[in-house]
Design a protein around this ligand. Structure first.
Ligand code: CDP
Length: 242
């Protein structure tokens, strides 16, 4: 059997509808929401602020700490509250995907804490979290060389597709999930995970699909920042469109 038509009718290279908004949590130093299909990530950034416990401080630069969490009723089968092995992994890969664009050298001995809440989940939550976190860090005014956009690509049955939803991830003929993140202008890969099996050629094709998808995401991210700062400052335009 072959996967000829996607369950939700999308084209194989079509991303679910996206929405992004910056400045959604007034008390936070930076915040953003990123929605892709039914998956919604909201991020609050606090910092740079003094880091405790002190022994974790780095006298040379600030430390990025990500805290990913999925609320219990974000999924159909209630998720046990609190951290898990999965969230520990996602915290680590999220930090790794964002660090290449951040310059924390001006903030020794501090922490930049990034709280990622998934309020509704239908696959691709780590990628949605990264997209929102990148926006929230920019909103917090943390020096950044670039934005980061992330999307999951993969293989469902015999097809290479972008932005798998949960039904596709659970396809009876098997699915391979490849979360990817690209830096905006640099186009460097800052996240690549692979859960399943693909050939080398399929992987190359999937990465290309992801690269194009991240271009689209980047447009949505830039628009969210531009909408927030509308009319206020020209430097944001200069940064986003050098
Ligand atoms: O969300 P992401 O694709 O980054 O990570 P995953 O571990 O591959 O999870 C895929 C999807 O499974 C999530 O987006 C949720 O929709 C679902 N999930 C769930 O229903 N219950 C959990 N405890 C964890 C994930």
């Amino acid at each position: 059997m072959s996967y000829t038509k996607r369950f939700d009718g999308r084209k194989f290279d079509e991303i679910r509808k996206m929405e992004a908004k910056v400045g959604v949590i007034p008390r936070a130093d930076g915040s953003a929401t990123f929605k892709i299909g039914d998956t919604i990530a909201t991020v609050a950034v606090y910092g740079p602020r003094s880091m405790f416990p002190r022994f974790l401080q780095n006298p040379e630069k600030g430390v990025l700490r990500c805290y990913y969490d999925m609320i219990s009723f974000s999924v159909t089968e209630r998720k046990r509250p609190g951290p898990s092995r999965r969230s520990t992994e996602i915290n680590l890969v999220t930090e790794k995907s964002l660090l290449p664009v951040l310059d924390l050298t001006q903030f020794p001995n501090t922490a930049v804490d990034v709280y990622i809440q998934i309020t509704q989940a239908n696959a691709g939550t780590r990628c949605a979290g990264i997209c929102a976190a990148s926006l929230a860090l920019a909103h917090a005014g943390i020096p950044m060389k670039d934005l980061v956009a992330a999307i999951s690509v993969g293989k469902v049955s015999d097809k290479i597709i972008i932005d798998l939803d949960k039904k596709e991830e659970d396809h009876k003929e098997g699915a391979t999930d490849i979360p990817l993140a690209f830096t905006g202008r640099g186009k460097q890969i800052s996240l690549l995970q692979l859960d399943g099996e693909v050939t080398k050629d399929e992987l190359i094709k999937a990465i290309e699909l992801g690269r194009n998808g991240c271009e689209e995401i980047l447009k949505v991210q830039k628009k969210a920042l531009q909408d927030y700062y509308k009319g206020e400052i020209r430097w944001m335009e200069i940064i986003l469109n050098p």
